[in-house]
Design a protein around this ligand. Structure first.
Ligand code: NI
Length: 189
C-alpha cells in the first residue's frame, strides 16, 4: 500500500527508530509498503520513519542507475566499515524538490537481515553506498540537510514550511468539497 511520506521538519523524522526483534509478516507488510511508497514517489530509497513507523527498516533500489544492483530490503541495517569519500547531490522524498551536495563514504559494508530474517553482509559502492548511508541516517533521525550548512538548511526549512502550508490548505479544501458532495447527496435523496 502506498503510504503518505512525511515532509521534513515533521517531528517524527527527528526520532530514533527501534530495532526489529523478529522478522515476521508485519515486517514484510512494512517492507511492501515501503517499496510501494518509494516507487510511487519515484525514489531510490525509503526508510520506515518516513512513513511514520519508527522501526529499523529501509528499502533501496538503485537499478535505474546501477543495472547490476537489485532492490534490497534491509532490516536492522548496520554499517560496519566506511572507505574513501564521495560528494553527491542528494535529494530526499521527505524534502521534495531539494538537492544539495553531501560528502559520504564512497564504499560501505553493511550487515542486515532480509525480509525473511536471513543475515547478509554486503559491500556497497556508488549510488548504493550513498543510498544506504542516507537511509540508515533516517533511522537515527538524521536528514541529509543535517550534513549541509545551516544557512542552506534554514532556506530549505522555509520552503518546506510553505509547501506544508499549501498541502494543508489543499487537504482542507478537499475535505470541504467532500462534505459539500455528501450534503448534496443527502438533499437529492
Ligand atoms: Ni531521505
Amino acid at each position: 500500500m502506498v503510504r503518505e511520506i512525511l515532509v521534513w521538519p515533521h517531528p517524527t523524522l527527528k526520532l530514533k527508530a527501534q530495532p526489529v526483534a523478529t522478522v515476521d509478516d508485519s515486517t514484510r507488510a512494512l517492507v511492501k509498503d515501503l517499496f510501494d511508497s518509494m516507487y510511487a514517489a519515484d525514489g531510490v530509497g525509503l526508510a520506515a520513519p518516513q512513513i511514520g513507523v519508527l522501526k529499523n527498516v529501509i528499502v533501496v533500489d538503485t537499478t535505474p542507475r546501477q543495472p547490476d544492483a537489485k532492490p534490497l530490503a534491509m532490516v536492522n541495517p548496520e554499517i560496519l566499515s566506511y572507505e574513501g569519500k564521495i560528494d553527491y547531490k542528494e535529494g530526499c522524498l521527505s524534502i521534495p524538490g531539494e538537492a544539495e551536495d553531501v560528502e559520504r563514504a564512497a564504499v560501505v559494508t553493511v550487515r542486515f537481515l532480509d525480509e525473511h530474517g536471513a543475515e547478509h553482509t554486503l559491500r556497497c559502492e556508488g549510488l548504493l553506498a550513498i543510498a544506504v548511508q542516507h537511509e540508515t541516517d533516517h533511522l537515527k533521525g538524521t536528514m541529509f540537510v543535517d550534513h549541509i550548512s545551516s544557512l542552506k538548511r534554514e532556506l530549505i526549512r522555509k520552503r518546506m514550511k510553505k509547501l506544508q502550508a499549501a498541502q494543508e490548505a489543499e487537504k482542507k479544501e478537499a475535505a470541504a468539497e467532500a462534505r459539500k458532495a455528501r450534503a448534496g447527496g443527502a438533499e437529492a435523496r
